[in-house]
Design a protein around this ligand. Structure first.
Ligand SMILES: Nc1nc2c(ncn2[C@@H]2O[C@H](COP(=O)(O)OP(=O)(O)O)[C@@H](O)[C@H]2O)c(=O)[nH]1
Ligand SMILES: [Mg+2]
Length: 234
C-alpha cells in the first residue's frame, strides 16, 4: 500500500516518515527542508506500507501531485503548535483534497509535546475536519500515538477494501474462482484483469490465469484474521 505523508511546511512530515520506518528512511532534502521526497517502509500486520513524504513548500505543488498518484491512504500532518502556519497548511490540504478526493485520511495534530500545542479537537475545528475522520494528537519527539495512527489508517484501508476482500476470500483457491469473483463483483473481463493484476503486483494474491484460479497470500490471510483487532485500534 502507498501512503502519502502530506501537510504544511515544517509540520513534521519527514520526522513522521523517519519515526514510523524506524530510522531506515530515505530523505532528499537541502538544508533540512525536503525538496523532493521522503521514503520509508513499514510492515503492519504483515502488510507492507510504503510511506511517501512530500515537500511542504507552496511551489512544490507539481511534485505533490506526482507523489499523490496511486496513493491508497493519506497522513495529513498539522503543526499544532504554530497557528501562524495554518493558512499555508490549509492551502496544501485543499490541493490534496483535489488530487485524492476519495482516499482514506488520518490527520496528525503533531508537536503535542510543545507547550501550548492545540489539542486535536481544536485542530479539528480550525481545519473543519468532519467528525468521522480521525484527528490524532502525535509527537515525533516522544513518539506519542504514531504507531496508533498508522494502525488506524491501515484499519480504515482494510475496512474500505473489505467488500472486495470478502469476495476474494470466498473464492480463494477455488476452481473457476476468477470467473466467480468477476460475477460476484459484476466486473467485466478488463476490470477483473486490472484488479487481479493490481493485487498480484502487490503480492496479495497469486493467479493462474489458464486454470482460472487465484490464491490469497499469507499477508492478506493474516489481515482478514486480524481485521477485527485492527478496527478496534489497538
Ligand atoms: N517539538 C516537536 N518538534 C517536531 C515534531 N515533529 C517535527 N518537529 C521539528 O519540526 C521541524 C520540522 O520537521 P520536519 O520533519 O523536517 O518537517 P517537514 O518540513 O514537514 O518535513 C524540525 O525541526 C523537527 O525536529 C514534534 O512532534 N515535536
Ligand atoms: Mg520534510
Amino acid at each position: 500500500m502507498k501512503v502519502l505523508v502530506a501537510g504544511g511546511y515544517h509540520s513534521g512530515k519527514s520526522s513522521v516518515v523517519r519515526f514510523l520506518s524506524g530510522g531506515g528512511s530515505i530523505h532528499i532534502d537541502k538544508h533540512g527542508t525536503t525538496v523532493a521526497l521522503d521514503y520509508g517502509r513499514v510492515d503492519v500486520e504483515g502488510l507492507r506500507i510504503h510511506l511517501f513524504g512530500t515537500p511542504g513548500m507552496r511551489h512544490f505543488r507539481i511534485l505533490r501531485e506526482i507523489l499523490s498518484r496511486g496513493a491508497d491512504g493519506v497522513f495529513f500532518v498539522i503543526d499544532s503548535a504554530d497557528p501562524g502556519r495554518d493558512d499555508e497548511a490549509n492551502a496544501v490540504k485543499r490541493e490534496i483534497d483535489e488530487f485524492l478526493p476519495d482516499v482514506v485520511r488520518v490527520y496528525l495534530a503533531n508537536k503535542q509535546d510543545v507547550n501550548g500545542a492545540r489539542p486535536p479537537e481544536v485542530v479539528r475545528q480550525v481545519f473543519k475536519i468532519p467528525d468521522d475522520v480521525p484527528v490524532i494528537g502525535t509527537s515525533t519527539v516522544t513518539g506519542l500515538n504514531l504507531s496508533l495512527a498508522l494502525r488506524m489508517l491501515v484499519a480504515k484501508l482494510i475496512e474500505k477494501a473489505s467488500p472486495l476482500l470478502n469476495v476474494l476470500k470466498k473464492h480463494d483457491g477455488e476452481a473457476g474462482g476468477i470467473s466467480r469473483f468477476a460475477d460476484a463483483m459484476e466486473f467485466n473481463l478488463a476490470s477483473t484483469r486490472k484488479v487481479l493484476n493490481w493485487l498480484e503486483l502487490r503480492g496479495y494474491i497469486e493467479v493462474d490465469w489458464r486454470a482460472g484460479i487465484f490464491w490469497l497470500t499469507s499477508p492478506i490471510k493474516n489481515v482478514l484474521e486480524k481485521s477485527d483487532e485492527l478496527s478496534k485500534g489497538n
